[in-house]
Ligand binder design. Structure first.
Ligand code: GEK
Length: 241
């Protein structure tokens, strides 16, 4: 796996983070060393999907990157007649994801779509996954997307929403941010890498609190919204229609 050292040397001006070819080349290493719990989340999301997938329905991986969730869904969903739609708007991600998909076995058909998740129709869905994607969508567009997901879900369908979140009070947030940075240090990132990555993500990754997410999901109509996973300031919610 190619190692992420994008921020290892000092940059005079750190550009805003983008999912370009440089990032795509090191993405699996970057996300595993940066997101606590990521490698555990993938099979667990597959397991949840295997419970909630409905025969002859669609399952969505929105912001699929290299398809890690899509592959977990494909492996674990056994219901008859399911189709997976995996969407990302970064051309380099979709291109590499297509290659990975071609090298992987599996019987569930996959539609790989290069598009903005705000524009992709969500229909006949039993499972929708946003694994660390909503945080990159401008906040003003989030209500509409969540409402479209709710409307596109079948009765009994679920949304799995994983996000980096902010905590209140600020002392708790500071502690969890420090623990996250300790996690990155323990995975070999230097102070310079941690600080330059933080600058790059400013105004690109916009976190909200768990109550903000819960309120939006409830307002869209979800009957229940529960945290089912947490690793420091990274959480995953399960919202049921
Ligand atoms: C995983 N889910 O490995 N439309 C489509 N894609 C988008 C949009 C948008 N508006 N905004 C961002 N993306 C993956 C990890 S990464 C998370 C998800 C991270 C895409 C973006 O191109 C990138 O591939 C992905 O969302 C976010 O489980 O890198 O922290």
């Amino acid at each position: 796996m190619a190692q992420d050292n994008i921020y290892a040397t000092e940059q005079t001006q750190v550009a805003p983070f983008s999912f370009d070819e440089e990032v795509v080349a090191v993405f699996p290493d970057m996300i595993e060393r940066s997101v606590p719990g990521y490698t555990l989340l993938l099979p667990l999301i597959g397991q949840i999907a295997s419970r909630y997938a409905q025969p002859h329905s669609r399952c969505y991986d929105l912001g699929c990157s290299l398809g890690a969730v899509m592959l977990a869904l494909r492996q674990q969903i056994k219901q008859e007649g399911c189709r997976i739609t995996a969407v990302d708007n970064a051309p380099a991600m979709i291109e590499k994801c297509r290659k990975i998909l071609a090298q992987t076995g599996g019987t569930v058909p996959v539609d790989l779509v290069e598009a903005d998740i705000s524009e992709v129709p969500i229909e006949q869905a039993s499972v929708v996954v946003l694994n660390f994607t909503l945080q990159f969508l401008p906040p003003a567009q989030r209500d509409t997307l969540i409402q479209r997901i709710y409307d596109g879900l079948l009765p009994g369908g679920v949304l799995i929403l994983s996000e980096k979140v902010i905590f209140e009070p600020v002392e708790l947030d500071n502690l969890l941010v420090r623990l996250h940075h300790d996690f990155k240090r323990a995975n070999g990132y230097s102070e310079l890498e941690i600080s330059q990555k933080r600058t790059a993500l400013e105004n690109v990754l916009i976190s909200e609190t768990i109550p903000q997410h819960q309120k939006r999901l409830r307002q869209a109509g979800f009957a229940s919204v529960d945290v089912w996973f947490q690793a420091f300031n990274f959480v995953s919610l399960l919202a049921k229609k």
